[in-house]
Write a protein that binds this ligand. Structure first.
Ligand code: PLP
Length: 395
């Protein structure tokens, strides 16, 4: 890439790679290797001492993974990125990096079930405490911060209730208190929302979802505002906990990223069509979608997201029984956890993704037993609406 700056869609296709240095290979080569041979003993010593660039061992860095990291850093407007073998490896790495015994983590009142599980492990084993709190107003954010809070960990939209928090407002308050802000941006992807631009320190993704987009990889990404932070994590927690990505999975993610913008536009348009259909169906009781004008955080969503995204949650009349019956009646839409795939997926958070969260906390998070989460895929929305309509007519 010769010019200094390109539009984001161009970066998704090209950033971090030049075919000139790889025998003209248009596709990023797959360096499927665990280790790298040194030409001499001295060269090996120089590489370990950090005096010479080049491969050492793939847990410490790999050229294919490096292209993915450069591309993701550019996409999220950060100075550096790290790729992991799962989204949870990215979550656990950043939380271990930022905290020590006695510290406190403040979270949005809803978070992914396994992130909740991890916070409980940190609390039980290392006395790193946490609170889930309503972070939707300045007063509530200020009230939830404790003297030992070192990190505010946000999901927005929150999985699966789609509640929105104002990233810029939270980061403004966090800076005042010297607190680091981490945003799980899985639901939006870098195409719809860029938390680092809004003042966050770190942004992470379950790259299993929209980043890959094809339902065939489990992976995670962490992007940092500062290169020094990312280099530090690379040479400490990531290296020593070891949750790295395989070169082949990195290669698949690079392939997925090339179409991220095209896919996200289609996911978003399909979701907007389905939202309109569900909203007017009498069997749908409540519906949660960021760009719903009736949503109290609609203005915040509009300010920080490019579109309403590809996810919709809703409840139907008749509670859990009808929710499960609806899922069983669907013919085209698949019953599966995960999201961001080409196929439209439906899941039941209280018995699936959030079943590890005890009932009391689940209800506080707004995850009722009748709630369903739809990840709208890339099919024709008319077929999806027809499938939902025939299933709704049977409950
Ligand atoms: N964050 C969110 C919002 C998620 O939905 C998930 C998984 O569903 C994760 C993190 C964890 O990612 P992974 O399953 O890739 O470990």
């Amino acid at each position: 890439m010769d010019k200094l700056s390109y539009e984001k869609e161009t970066l998704y296709v090209h950033k971090g790679y030049s075919s000139k240095n790889h025998q003209g290979s248009l596709s990023v080569p797959l360096y499927q290797t665990s280790t790298f041979a040194f030409e001499t003993a001295e060269q090996g010593a120089r590489r370990f001492a950090g005096e010479e660039e080049g491969g050492i061992y793939s847990r410490l860095g790999n050229p294919t993974v490096h292209v993915l990291e450069e591309r993701m850093a550019a996409m999220e407007h950060g100075e550096g990125a790290l790729a992991f073998g799962s989204g949870m490896a990215a979550v656990s790495t950043i939380l271990v990096h930022l905290t020590k015994t006695g510290d406190h983590i403040l979270c949005t009142r809803g978070i992914y079930g396994c992130t909740f599980g991890l916070l409980n492990i940190l609390e039980e084993k290392y006395n790193i405490t946490h609170d889930l709190a309503d972070l939707t107003t300045e007063e509530k954010i200020e009230a939830a911060i404790k003297p030992n809070t070192v990190c505010i960990y946000i999901e927005t939209p929150i999985n699966p209730t789609m509640e929105i928090v104002d990233i810029a407002q939270i980061t403004r308050i966090a800076i005042k208190h010297g607190i680091q802000v981490v945003v799980d941006n899985t639901f939006s992807s870098p195409y719809l929302q860029n938390p680092l631009e809004l003042g966050a320190d770190f942004v992470l993704h379950s790259a299993t979802k929209y980043i890959n987009g094809h339902g065939d990889v489990i992976a995670g990404i962490l992007v940092g505002k500062n290169r020094e932070d990312i280099n530090k994590i690379r040479s400490t927690v990531q290296k020593d906990y070891g949750g790295i990505i395989s070169p082949f999975d990195a290669w698949l993610l690079i392939r997925g990223l090339k179409t991220l913008h095209v896919r996200m536009d289609r996911h978003s348009n399909n979701a907007a069509d389905i939202f309109t259909f569900l909203k007017s169906n009498p069997k749908v009781e409540n519906i949660y979608y960021p760009f719903d004008e009736g949503n109290p955080q609609y203005e915040v969503a509009k300010k920080q997201m490019k579109t309403g995204g590809g996810l919709i949650s809703f409840t139907v009349t008749g509670g859990i029984n009808n929710a499960q019956k609806l899922m069983n009646e669907l013919r085209l839409i698949k019953i599966a956890v995960s999201l961001g795939d080409a196929e439209t997926l439906i899941q039941h958070p209280s018995t699936m993704t959030h079943s590890v969260v005890p009932e009391k906390e689940r209800v506080e998070m707004g995850i009722t037993d009748g709630l369903l989460r739809l990840s709208v895929g890339l099919e024709n929305s008319l077929d999806l609406i027809e499938d939902l309509q025939q299933a709704l007519s049977k409950i």
